[in-house]
Design a protein around this ligand. Structure first.
Ligand SMILES: Nc1nc2c(c(=O)[nH]1)N[C@H]1C(S)=C(S)[C@@H](COP(=O)(O)OP(=O)(O)OC[C@H]3O[C@@H](n4cnc5c(=O)[nH]c(N)nc54)[C@H](O)[C@@H]3O)O[C@H]1N2
Ligand SMILES: Nc1nc2c(c(=O)[nH]1)N[C@H]1C(S)=C(S)[C@@H](COP(=O)(O)OP(=O)(O)OC[C@H]3O[C@@H](n4cnc5c(=O)[nH]c(N)nc54)[C@H](O)[C@@H]3O)O[C@H]1N2
Ligand SMILES: [Mo]
Length: 775
């Protein structure tokens, strides 16, 4: 008789029941009642049990054996040597202590950006920050890769970042009152599978259906049909030109005398400056639909008609996060806000704007304000940080000067990199440059569950448990559920919880009490749950006691009775509800931003051509605009080795979608292996020939694990279809310093010959110690 257990669990891709047979995770079944479960749930066991898991603590041979620079240039190409846990922890603690003593805490880069896993206690990056703070601090990172430009610019415009991270006007209000939604970047259902911290049920697609049933006209302006839900209209657009289209729509309203002067006067400042720009007072170019058509390819008649409709009907403008992950990404946000304010429905039920409806599963999902469990990080005494996407710049230019959000900054001199819960060789742009940057620090430590490219580029790799191997609580600041994540199986191999790894290091460094507070896992979970419950009780939301929660598997808080409308207060009485901007109002022109003097981000929304787009000279050589969007079959690089993702590959490579005309011109047929390339790098992908993408644009999802033919040489051909060997490490502007992955030009050709085998999912070579080998 085999022993079968069923335990409640959760991931960023949804909550589920884990089925364990004789101690092995065999199946994951989406929670009953989830209307749109993600297929990622069922593929989870495949990842957890995969042989690409890191089994034991491992040290890079060159680092272990010493010699000049400890063979830093071999990072990514070296063998590894397995070592016992105690020895590995001694080494890491020794390095943390040495670097702190000789160079100060700021010489340790612990920014460690990344999504980690859903549980809020074992959240890897938080555990790392807590550990480094307890010992005296480190160099941190601010913002995120998702919406860094928004995080920086929105406080100047709106005094808050709620418009991009929520709460935004809720979807029940939209379904009831909106008549027209214009969605720049569309409403990609692919992306609705994910919520940071997990979600109780996937309701995003359900809301799209309700809006369709309510007869709301939805216009998706996007290069890709994948962003267009059933029943919505598709208008193609040249990538990165949305700002021109928005400004032209605003120009139509101005020209026709239709701008809502009452709202603009009461609730905004700077409209006159925007009007002057739209009329072309400064540059002699009126921002007309014809002007925007020449830039964007969107017909002038469509622009004119949509502008008039935005005014005539209760309307909503949505901008997906992707638009600001591009050169001059700040402008698309600011232009959309100006357009929505001129149309005049901001603060009315079903009207206004949001940045990122459908960028994540729960954006706009109705929810009462409530607290969820989270672990305290302590305080970083160094006060040092970088904007998240300046990672290569930082390592390549110690002491170098740069501008950020109006300030003069310098890069710290990083000696040690500590990554826990993220994958820069997934997320960063221009990976060949990152490979070079990663050769600079003296020591790189990575905790990982899998042999990702980041783990392969480390000196010391410590094997971490997956969520299934520990107890935790899942929760998202946008979800109405608190999710029990029961431990399902014993740790695989020698994996340990990040918390236990840091506890061991803290003990060696004499800071154990500060780090652990004397608590074990379940004591922590009870404490974090109790804190959230107390905060919610003050709001009138009752949580059951911990044991009931833990046994039932979740807390579900009911939806609020009335929809939330962003800026309703401001609209009703701006004096009584000032925003946290200098004027207290929405700043369509910002004196503060203007004072930064950045040519790429002046004081009001403008059209500035991206460095790379189909209108650039470079398009002569690289005539295809690459969109590296979020993958349908995984979360970033997570789950890439599992069957759902590998099953969607073409001869083992990531699919690249290309329009039939572009394919025919290059002799590319469906299913062929192609080489996608530009001056920064090259990668092999499998062609999907389809009119679902517009001519001139190709789509290659993020997340295929970086897999160079020759890992010892930066610039080597990637075998697997990772778009970040092609993207540029270029900030949106020196105001935000945000990543601009979506501004990339490439060329594609048929790959002649036998493609090299994909080896991303083969663990690195593990060799015994030399003295062991000799004895
Ligand atoms: N070209 C291009 N690049 C992009 C984007 C794009 O649109 N285009 N999008 C960007 C965006 S929005 C994002 S958010 C980033 C995502 O970038 P990341 O968040 O860095 O990507 P993930 O693959 O989620 O990396 C998380 C890593 O943490 C590990 N992990 C999970 N749980 C644990 C744990 O408990 N302990 C430890 N130690 N490790 C754990 C996983 O195995 C995984 O390798 O990518 C960015 N990169
Ligand atoms: N399945 C899945 N879902 C995810 C994730 C995942 O890894 N997998 N990651 C999550 C994370 S961390 C994030 S930040 C969000 C990201 O959410 P988004 O930023 O919204 O996602 P993207 O997939 O980068 O882009 C969405 C769409 O925008 C379109 N687009 C790109 N550039 C332009 C442009 O210049 N103009 C116009 N009009 N359209 C453009 C593309 O066609 C693309 O399909 O997704 C989340 N959801
Ligand atoms: Mo993201």
């Amino acid at each position: 008789m085999s022993d079968i257990r069923r335990v409640p669990h959760a991931a960023h891709w949804g909550s589920f029941t884990a089925i364990v047979r004789d101690g092995r995770l065999v199946e994951a079944i989406p929670r009953e009642g989830d209307p749109y479960p993600s297929p990622m749930v069922a593929t989870t066991p495949d990842a957890v049990n995969h042989r690409i898991r890191v089994a034991r603590p491992a040290v890079r041979r060159g680092w272990l054996e010493g010699g000049t620079d400890r063979g830093r240039d071999r990072r990514g190409a070296d063998d590894f040597v397995a070592v016992p846990w105690d020895e590995a922890l001694d080494m890491v603690a020794g390095e943390v202590a040495r670097v702190r003593r000789d160079h100060g805490g700021e010489a340790i880069f612990g920014g460690s950006y990344g999504w980690s896993s859903a549980g809020r206690f074992h959240h890897a990056k938080s555990q790392l920050h807590r550990f480094l703070n307890a010992g005296g601090g480190f160099t941190d990172q601010v913002q995120n890769y998702s919406y860094a430009a928004a995080i920086t610019i929105l406080p100047h415009i709106l005094g808050t970042i709620e418009a991009v991270q929520g709460p935004v006007s809720s979807l029940d209000g939209l379904a009831a009152h909106c008549r027209l939604m214009v969605c720049f970047g569309g409403l990609p259902r692919i992306n609705l599978q994910i919520e940071a911290g997990g979600n109780g049920v996937h309701t995003g697609a359900l809301w799209l259906e309700r809006m369709r049933e309510a007869g709301i006209r939805i216009v998706c302006i996007t290069p890709s049909k994948a962003d267009v839900p059933p029943g919505a209209e598709w208008q193609t657009i040249r990538p990165n030109t949305d700002t021109a289209v928005m400004l032209a729509m605003a120009g139509v309203l101005l020209d026709q005398g239709l701008a809502d002067q009452d709202f603009l006067n009461r609730c905004t400042v700077g409209a006159e400056r925007v009007f002057a720009y739209l009329r072309g007072d400064e540059d002699g170019t009126p921002k007309t639909p014809e002007w925007a058509e020449a830039i964007s390819g969107v017909p002038a008649a469509t622009i004119r008609a949509l502008a008039l409709a935005l005014k005539a009907e209760r309307s909503f403008v949505n901008v997906s996060w992707s638009l600001q992950r591009a050169d001059r990404g700040e402008q698309a946000l600011w232009a959309a806000i100006a357009l929505a304010c001129m149309a005049g429905h901001v603060g009315l039920p079903g009207g206004g704007f949001a940045l990122g409806l459908a960028s994540l599963g729960n954006m706009g999902a109705p929810r009462q304000p409530m607290a969820s469990p989270r672990i305290g990080l302590g305080r970083n005494q160094t006060g040092r940080y970088i904007p998240v996407a300046r990672i290569s710049d930082m390592m390549l230019n110690p002491g170098g000067a740069y501008r950020y959000n109006g300030q003069d900054m310098t890069y710290p001199d990083i000696r040690m990199v500590y990554w826990c819960g993220g994958n820069p060789f997934h997320h960063h742009q221009d990976l060949n440059r990152l490979v070079t940057a990663f050769r600079r620090p003296e020591t790189v430590v990575v905790h990982e569950q899998f042999w990702t490219a980041t783990a392969r580029h480390a000196d010391i790799v410590l094997p971490a448990t997956t969520t299934l191997e520990r107890n935790d609580i899942g929760a998202s600041g946008r979800d109405r559920f608190i999710l029990a994540m029961h431990k399902a199986i014993e740790p695989l191999g020698e994996a340990r919880n990040d918390y236990d790894i840091f506890s061991g290091l803290a003990r060696r460094l004499g800071i154990e009490d500060a780090f652990t507070e004397g608590r074990d896992e379940m004591t922590w979970l009870r404490a974090l749950y109790a804190e959230a419950a107390t905060a919610n009780a003050a709001r009138g939301i009752d949580f059951p006691d911990f044991d009931s929660f833990w046994q039932s598997g979740m807390v579900e808080v009911p939806e609020p009775e009335t929809p939330y409308t962003m800026f309703a207060d401001l609209r009703a009485d701006p004096a009584a509800h000032p925003l946290h901007t200098p004027s207290g109002l929405i700043e369509l022109h910002s004196e503060r931003v203007a004072s930064f003097g950045d040519a790429h981000c002046p004081g009001h929304p403008v059209w500035i051509a991206p460095d790379e787009w189909l209108g650039a000279d470079l398009a002569g050589r690289y005539p295809l605009h690459l969109i590296s969007h979020q993958p349908a079959t995984r979360l970033h690089g997570q789950l890439d080795p599992a069957g759902l993702s590998t099953g969607a590959k073409i001869q083992g490579r990531e699919p690249v979608v290309i329009h039939p005309d572009d394919a025919a011109r290059r002799g590319i047929g469906d299913g062929m292996i192609v080489r996608v390339f530009n001056d920064r790098g090259a990668t092999l992908a499998g062609a999907v020939v389809s009119a679902d993408v517009m001519p001139g644009v190709v789509r290659l999802a993020t997340g295929a694990w970086y897999d160079p033919v020759d890992p010892s040489t930066p610039g080597s051909l990637d075998k697997h279809g990772n778009p970040n060997v092609l993207t540029a490490d270029r900030p949106t502007s020196a105001v935000s310093q945000a990543p601009s992955a979506h501004s990339t030009l490439v060329e594609i050709e048929v790959f002649d010959g036998t493609p090299p085998a994909v080896t991303a999912f083969e663990p690195p070579v593990m060799t015994p110690r030399r003295q062991e080998a000799a004895s």
